[in-house]
Design a protein around this ligand. Structure first.
Ligand code: G3H
Ligand code: ZN
Length: 306
């Protein structure tokens, strides 16, 4: 089906307490892995393009690949800009056909973050495209961050309320203890803070840096309002592992498809695993619409018995 905006998907996620996987891509194989897993799991999915992906693949290739992939499946696919850097980049993505945007002004002073987010929201809403914003900072593990730094960068619940009122942003990325690009799942989220934010802010909340977060903490976060979960490093590790294994096995094989297809399969299985962890599996029926909540629970129960 054609790309969709996240509006209905978020509504369902908030009402039924599940989260949608937002998977980062850099090439065709990753895009294929994600849509194939989403199709098999009957899950809605975000495919997102980071700043690194834009530099590597280019906006046109990235958007083109995701549009083609979406047209080949009958589950909702959302094309999302991840950590958009400025107003101009968001406009370029609107023109390129993105169905969901992000402006990340989290490193800027509050007033500046508000002002630019508001501008992006105003222009995106003219054409019905929702915007994710970020308040508090999800730091980078590559910067060697301490626990104190992570804590100091967390989202303030009262400020979050004011931020959403002032900007009209449709969803909010919150800093609640995760750190970008961690190589193993060790972090625990500050669920009390998440609950305090949820009590004051009624837009869908987004978790960044999920590769470094323990599974139990992710489950709890979904219970308390996280509706979109970004995953990049965990997939990249699988891709590289697939390449490494086949190159070790066949070091002189010139047909690189033999390596890439293993990498693609490994990414697909990790996407499937995350979709199930987030509870977004079994949500979409054969017409591409959402199944009723009762049907979902039955399907999950029956699956567990097999
Ligand atoms: O925006 C992208 C994500 O927050 C991905 O974070 O690489 O730690 O999974 P991750
Ligand atoms: Zn992120």
């Amino acid at each position: 089906m054609p790309l969709v905006t996240p509006t209905e998907v978020y509504k369902q996620a908030m009402a039924q307490r599940f989260a949608i996987g937002a998977f980062n891509v850099n090439n065709m194989e990753a895009v294929q892995a994600i849509v194939e897993a989403a199709q098999e799991e009957r899950a809605p999915v975000f495919i997102q393009v980071s700043q690194g992906a834009i530099r590597y693949a280019g906006l046109a290739y990235a958007a083109g690949l995701v549009k083609i992939a979406a047209s080949l499946v009958d589950v909702p696919v959302i094309l999302h800009l991840d950590h958009g850097t400025d107003f101009e980049q968001n406009v370029m993505c609107l023109r390129a056909g993105f169905t969901s945007l992000m402006y990340d002004g989290s490193k800027k002073p509050f007033e500046e973050n508000v002002a630019i987010t508001k501008r992006v929201v105003e222009i995106a809403h003219i054409v019905g495209i929702p915007v994710e914003a970020e308040l508090g900072q999800v730091l980078q593990s590559t910067d060697g961050v301490s626990e104190e730094q992570v804590r100091a960068a967390m989202t303030d619940p009262d400020q979050a309320k004011l931020f959403i009122e002032l900007t009209g942003a449709d969803s909010l990325a919150v800093a609640i203890g995760s750190v970008h690009a961690m190589r193993s799942a060790e972090a625990e989220l500050d669920i009390d803070r998440l609950r305090a934010i949820r009590a004051k802010v009624n837009v869908p909340l987004v978790l960044h840096g999920s590769s470094g977060v323990k599974e139990d903490s992710i489950r709890e976060a979904i219970e308390h309002g996280i509706c979109k979960i970004n995953v990049a490093t965990y997939l990249n590790q699988a891709f590289v592992q697939g390449l490494r294994e086949t190159i070790e096995k066949m070091p002189y094989e010139p047909d690189y498809r033999k390596h890439l297809q293993v990498a693609r399969e490994y990414v697909k299985e990790r996407v499937r695993e995350k979709i199930r962890l987030f509870g977004s599996n079994g949500r979409i029926d054969s017409t591409g619409g959402f199944v009723s909540p009762r049907t979902v629970h039955r399907a999950v129960d029956l699956g567990a018995l097999e």
